[in-house]
Design a protein around this ligand. Structure first.
Ligand code: FES
Length: 93
């Protein structure tokens, strides 16, 4: 079931980005889960451990949905984890 098309450089870089910030789950794991047969967010969460963090999946669910729609290929657009929100006191060090 694996997508054998070669990844672009941007897609390869995207695989190391964190999708589920609460649990530290990278895009590579989400993509692998989808390519291995996960068809819903719940199935991806079960396979990877994503989606049960403090935010209640409000940040990662939309990204996981997009990855599923994308057939398990990495997303090269910006993610919630890419935010450089200056109001976040934890990012100020
Ligand atoms: S980012 Fe995935 S549960 Fe919060």
């Amino acid at each position: 079931m694996s997508d054998n098309k070669k990844l672009t450089l941007e897609e390869i870089k995207a695989r190391i980005r964190v999708v589920c910030i609460c649990k530290g789950i990278k895009m590579s794991r989400i993509c692998d889960a989808v390519q291995n047969g996960a068809k819903t967010v719940e199935e991806v969460n079960k396979a990877t451990g994503s989606g049960n963090g403090g935010c209640g999946a409000t940040r990662c669910r939309p990204v996981i949905e997009q990855i599923i729609k994308n057939g398990g290929r990495p997303l090269t657009s910006s993610l919630p984890s890419d935010s450089t929100d200056d109001d976040d006191p934890e990012s100020a060090f």
